[in-house]
Design a binder for this molecule. Sequence first.
Ligand code: GAR
Length: 199
Amino acid sequence: MKKVAVLISGRGSNLGSLIAAQEGSYKIILVISNNADAAGLERAAAAGIATLIVPHAGKTRDSFDGELDAALRAAGAEIVVLAGFMRILSDGFVRGWEGKLVNIHPSLLPAYKGIKVHERVIEARETLSGASVHFVVPELDAGPVIAQARVPVHPSDTPDALAARVLGVEHQLYPEALTLLAKGKVRLEKGLAVFTDTP
Ligand code: GAR
């Protein structure tokens, strides 16, 4: 069973879906938030998972990331999962966790990297959107995709309505993708997501 740490900044609904699906191939041993008010911290505590607040204010990126790294190593984390973690991580941190660091992003990457995804998808009159789980590389939202799920975009959608539809598929997708990684069925090799033993 792989030891997983989850980094959050807010609500933590993806964390909730990862907690619900654990104990098969992975176990969440630590949840870290940069935001003391993150509702996800309560979800973790209610599930009996250790939590840690690492505030970012007043710190350089390197010193913040150094604190994160030290806490993750001390806890024995083997995989680090970003779930609504709204801080950009330094190249050094990302390289240190290469192949073991994953993120979920609410678009069909490589389309719509960055923020305000749903606003931009609606503005562009897309008919399809979705969510992507990817390995994290130094360039923002650019890492190799492990798994994607699609949802329709309706002409009447507001950004909130679309966000809720995408979130619904995120909650299925993230535990599935993390299970693949924890079981060693996908790995990062020479900048590509390489799959083994999948149907
Ligand atoms: C999710 O929609 C996730 O895809 C998004 O933040 C939300 C977090 O929700 N992440 C990003 O936009 C990362 N660039 P949650 O806190 O309820 O899991």
